[in-house]
Design a protein around this ligand. Structure first.
Ligand code: NDP
Length: 315
């Protein structure tokens, strides 16, 4: 039997992937979308989305992603709950190895694999994984009702997670390495006006301790300075919110990445250095990283893929 060749394969199921699905299916490209490790992407691990146009009251992240998925499927996007494990962009059509060992061929590929939470790199983060260490307050906050937790980071994510956790936990520490929060004014305001959040500025975490799970953190204040001091805090949960790493491991050596591992796209478009391969969303965007910008890039990638197929008589 001759192997099926997809006109367009989309890898990833965040706002970029589903928007690419909506546009490519409406352009009759019968796209196949692989959901990947985290169906719905990062927004399924956030609380309410208040800044996506069209939702004046805000919307739950998981609900929004279900709506985007339904919209993509309505126009003919085939959504597969599988992971693409390997790609070969040196052959045409492109060859993709799926987790079940099968191969999928595609004339165009839209990469929308997003980014994942970063960790500090402490051995204790691994030691206590699932035993008090988490990178998702919305997923795990429930376990810390009336307990004490710490959130590491001083950006919007850290503030959002701290405010969310403050509604569940008895007390929330924010561990911030600088002497300021880099978050937006509105988020800073929310943190400073929440009585059970205590911000520890100029503070780094050097370890965790506990018998059967996290019971506390070893901290250093003013690290490397004359007034350096160590202190321990008692906590039950330790939440990381220090930024993200692009999910590009399977593309290494196949397409051009920048020093941080983000996919490099040409100019204002979504074309990568491999003709016929496009990138959209956080995987190619170290600057904006918003749901709405990811969706916009997904739309651009779909239009770029459609134009490529037309120009090469592959439609
Ligand atoms: P950011 O990169 O903005 O912030 C990361 C934070 O983690 C910074 O405070 C940084 O410290 C700290 N950090 C990084 N590495 C370490 C480390 N090794 N040890 C200790 N602290 C560390 O990431 P976010 O995920 O917060 O936000 C990403 C983007 O998404 C931003 O543009 C943000 O505005 C946006 N966003 C918007 C939201 C909204 O509008 N509702 C919600 C969430 C995110 P330092 O400042 O010292 O570098």
């Amino acid at each position: 039997m001759e192997q099926e060749i997809a006109k367009c394969v989309i890898i990833g199921s965040g706002p970029a992937g589903y928007t690419a699905g909506i546009y490519t299916s409406r352009a009759n490209l019968s796209p196949i979308l692989f959901e990947g490790i985290q169906p719905g992407g990062q927004l399924t691990t956030t609380t309410d989305i208040e800044n996506f146009p069209g939702y004046p009251e805000g919307i739950n992240g998981t609900e929004m992603m279900e709506q985007l998925k339904a919209q993509a499927m309505r126009f003919g996007t085939t959504v597969r709950p599988q992971i693409v494990e390997k790609v070969d962009f040196s052959v045409r059509p492109f060859a993709l190895t799926i987790e079940d060992g099968t191969t999928m061929l595609a004339h165009t590929v839209i990469i929308a694999t997003g980014a994942s939470a970063k960790y500090l790199g402490l051995d204790d983060e691994k030691k206590y994984a699932g035993m008090g260490v988490s990178a998702c307050a919305t997923c795990d906050g429930f376990f810390y009702r009336k307990k004490t937790v710490a959130v590491v980071g001083g950006g919007d994510t850290a503030c959002e997670e701290a405010v969310y956790l403050s509604g569940l936990a008895k007390k929330v520490y924010m561990i911030v390495r600088k002497d300021y929060l880099r978050a937006s004014d509105v988020m800073k305001q929310r943190v400073f006006s929440t009585p059970n959040i205590e911000v520890l500025f100029n503070t780094n975490t050097v370890g965790l301790f506990g018998e059967r799970g996290v019971e506390g953190a070893h901290l250093v204040k003013f690290k490397g300075e004359p007034n350096e001091e160590t202190l321990d805090i008692a906590i039950d949960g330790f939440f990381l919110a220090i930024g993200h790493k692009p999910n590009t491991d399977i593309f290494r050596g196949q397409i051009d990445l920048d020093a941080q591992g983000y996919i490099i796209t040409a100019g204002q478009g979504t074309a990568t250095n491999v003709e016929g391969v496009f990138a959209a969303g956080d995987v190619a965007d170290p600057h904006y990283r918003q749901a709405i910008t990811a969706a916009g890039m997904g739309c651009k990638a779909a239009i770029d893929a459609e134009r490529y197929l037309t120009a090469h008589n592959l439609k």
